[in-house]
Design a protein around this ligand. Sequence first.
Ligand code: FE2
Ligand code: FE2
Length: 467
Amino acid sequence: MSASTQPGPNGNGPKTIPTISRPEERAAAAERARAYPYRFPRDRRQLGGQFSVEENARRLFRFFYFERRLMQALGAWTLSIPEFEVKLEMGRHIFYHADAARLFRERLHEQEKRLPDIDAYRNAEIDRFIEEMLSAANAPELLVGVHQVAGKALQTAYRHHIDNTDSITDAPTIRVLRRILTDYEPMLEWAEQAIAAYIEGGVDESRLGSWRWHLQRLLGSIAGITGADPRNEEPAPLRSTAKLFQRGTVPLRDLRFETFKNTGDYDTADATPRFPKDSYENLRLRFIRTQRDEVDAIEAFGTFIWDIRFKDFQAEYDLARITWDEARHTEIGHRALQAAGYDPFELRNRLTGSTCRGPMDPAFAMAEINLFGEVGVLKTINNLVDAARERQDALLLHIADFIRADERTHVRKGQHILKCMTNLGAQELELRTRELFTECLVSLGAVKSDMDVFTVSREDIEHLVGE
Ligand SMILES: [Fe+2]
Ligand SMILES: [Fe+2]
């Protein structure tokens, strides 16, 4: 006879519960099993695991919060990363963190946590770490903090959680963690190589090393990712106590780019237009350049995540996805320029829009890029696709087809995001946005103001600032 235990009636120690197994029934069961012809794969998982639902949830809350904060943190830095490859890659990583946060949020909800409570979860210690990580002096230091310290520690915590939780009762958590790890592996690998490239290119390795050590100690002082590690002393001094982090407002580019912001028009920027103004060739090149120059849309949407942080999880998530899409549009543009025979860096990069949006209230910056820029793309793209088809221009047809689908999605998601940013009605929002962009475009010299009362039209903004 086997036995299991449970607490006694007075709570004073376990009491044996008898197993009442009847010999004839048991023998009959064994007989039936012998007659069963199939030998299916054996499931070797065991019941057990170290966590209760409550402890599991406590840990998942912290995972969720780290991921949400890393998404926001990378968003805050999008303007301030100069290197093209790094800016693009961070556009992707923002979404990886957003999607990890989404998966944890759903799993917590399955563990009977209410969505409003999950969204309202804050952790002052984790915030302290994130604020310090954000105080990186430059992009390589940012990567050290986000990937080598936080990312690596999260990866380890996820692996341990997979090993330590019950693989049967808590299988959905394990599946979530495995899916997240499939993003983490290439993400952290890329960051390792990027940091090595910075060092080979002359960035001081020992500065990065001491920043890494500092952040590791800080993470140790909050008991690590799970809050269950032994604590060490907090390192001092913290940069974030001396100076609170503020996101950058100026879009940075690496030295391969020549930029312009005195106009939004490519022909004006080029001085000598390459093709006649309304020719197909001109529209085509303008479309491809605009895509490459959507490196500024990574900056816009990434920055919005930071600026509206904690207002609404779905809005943050949608912004993160759009940020990744814009990173793809940038890549598409870069590669299409190559496919069209250009060195992408020989064509000057338009900084007009991002320069205006960078310091702006997110509601108006979002209204511009979403209601004018993306809607503007949709107004013209059908004709462009038709013209490309007529001319059998396979390159443009291919890229514009995918981009059209993405931009339609962005316009749709934009509705909810804008509602989280402002209570202004559509007309008021449009007017105020046009006024602010007029002011900015005049200050950049991109439009000439010859009247006292003057506001650029919607069409001008679509053309000069775009997406
Ligand atoms: Fe785009
Ligand atoms: Fe877009």
